[in-house]
Design a protein around this ligand. Structure first.
Ligand code: B12
Length: 215
């Protein structure tokens, strides 16, 4: 059995090669993809965040940890997508304008894929206009907005306003999330839901698409 703790260490130490190698061998040995994500990868990023906050880590370490996380997600994402072969609904997801943090957004996207959703990932630093265009052209059931910076939370509000101005607000449900986001903020900006983590995102996405089907 692969030593799973090595995955945690690889992300914490920003070791891309080790992260990819341990992920591959764990998956080959039949360890469920979700166990790797929630048991080792997310806790490692939490620890990275904690170290950053107490000045043990600086931006270069964050970047290396983020790269190691991505190197591991390369193998995990397709598996989660396979598990959810049936389309439960279509989701447009992105990190809002001005914000480059995409690790949490990528995990939410991967979990939604695992939950059977078709996911259109617009990436990070996505302008309100791009979200509007995606809703117009791809007709999703749900739009998921991620923000990790207090200052970019206003971009969530601007995105919802842009959808309203374009006459598209009522065509979609909007979910928001990211470390600084709260339920109160979600209500204040007129989002339909807030999720504190990726599994809540999937639960809410299911709830909203079930409602849309029933309507
Ligand atoms: C990694 C990291 C970076 C990396 C990002 C790499 C990448 N590709 O993402 C880099 C080095 C680029 C970076 C840059 C910066 N960062 Co930074 N970063 C972090 C760090 C350490 C971890 C974030 C992370 O990935 N967490 C792990 C993931 C899994 O968690 P998550 O994102 O919260 O996502 C989960 C949930 O929130 C939720 N979720 C997320 N999105 C969504 C969406 C929906 C719809 C739903 C339902 C749920 C959901 O589900 C996810 C999975 O469970 C945090 C510290 C922290 N403790 O969060 C700081 C942090 C976010 N960064 C911070 C800062 C200040 C910056 C910089 C300004 C630093 C600088 N001086 O340059 C820049 C800003 C760049 C920019 N314009 O965006 C501050 C933000 C402070 C604030 N409140 O505004 C933090 C909090 C650190 C701190 N305490 O100071 N950062």
């Amino acid at each position: 059995m692969a030593e799973l703790q090595k995955l945690y260490d690889a992300i914490l130490n920003g070791d891309q090669k080790a992260a990819a190698a341990v992920t591959q061998s764990a998956l080959a040995e039949g360890v469920p993809a979700m166990e790797l994500v929630s048991g080792y990868m997310v806790p490692a990023m939490d620890e990275v965040g904690r170290r950053f906050e107490c000045d043990d880590y600086f931006v270069p370490e964050l970047l290396l940890a983020a790269r190691a996380m991505k190197a591991s997600l390369v193998f995990i994402r397709p598996l989660l997508a396979e598990q959810g072969a049936r389309s439960a609904g279509r989701v447009v997801i992105g990190t809002v304008k001005g914000d480059l943090h995409d690790i949490g957004k990528n995990i939410v996207a991967a979990m939604l894929e695992g939950g059977g959703f078709e996911v259109i990932d617009l990436g990070a630093d996505v302008s309100p206009a791009k979200f509007v265009e995606a809703v117009e052209t791809r007709s999703p059931d749900l739009v998921c907005l991620s923000a990790l910076l207090t200052v970019t939370m206003t971009s969530m509000k601007n995105t919802i306003e842009a959808l309203r101005t374009a006459g598209l607000r009522d065509r979609v449900k909007i979910l928001v999330g990211g470390a600084p986001v709260t339920k109160e903020f979600a209500d204040e900006i007129g989002a339909d839901g807030f999720g504190e983590n990726a599994s809540v995102a999937v639960t809410l996405a299911r709830k909203f698409t079930a409602r849309a089907e029933a309507a």
